[in-house]
Write a protein that binds this ligand. Structure first.
Ligand code: FEO
Length: 167
């Protein structure tokens, strides 16, 4: 079954959004490295890798469906974060934005009767629940202790252990 043209265009835009997300998390990893928060740097670098996997998943799916992949230019992320909370807040905002797009794609594939795409999109719907939870829970912890920067250092130490970066 050929994919609806509007849906195809939006999936190609989603590939771009996933690559942009990888770019954003690599930028965050750079920021955290610069301020010597090694744990946060590892977490965000690992997350950038996950975003590349997401982009590849969409890319491979279009190939599988014999549809045309279009790669658009990747925008430079805004990196004016004032502190770690600011950066993690930006990560959460970004994941909410991605969720909105994923939900729209899921809804439209259902409405247009593309059941294969609907099932494929289901994986991303669930994935976004985890992605938002990851940054929301981290932000909650950081917000509770915002007046005690030594606690942020403790969180960073835990993240460093949990997020050994696999090359
Ligand atoms: Fe691919 Fe973090 O969404």
């Amino acid at each position: 079954m050929k994919m609806d043209n509007t849906l195809l265009e939006d999936i190609n835009k989603q590939i771009n959004r996933e690559f942009y997300a990888a770019y954003l998390y690599f930028a965050m990893a750079t920021y955290f490295t610069e301020i010597n928060m090694e744990g946060f740097a590892k977490l965000t670098k690992n997350h950038a890798k996950e975003e590349l996997e997401h982009a590849k998943k969409f890319y491979d799916y279009l190939i599988l469906r014999d549809e045309k992949v279009t790669l658009f230019a990747i925008e430079a992320p805004d990196t004016n974060w004032n502190n770690p909370i600011d950066a993690i807040n930006a990560a959460l905002d970004h994941e909410k934005f991605v969720s909105e797009n994923i939900h729209r794609l899921y809804k439209e594939s259902k409405e247009k009767g593309d059941y294969a795409l609907e099932v494929f999109m289901g994986w991303f719907v669930n994935e976004q629940v985890e992605e938002e939870h990851l940054f929301q829970s981290m932000l909650d912890k950081m917000s509770y202790i915002k007046d005690c920067s030594c606690e942020i250092v403790n969180i960073d130490r835990e993240l460093k252990i949990e997020n050994e970066y696999v090359e």
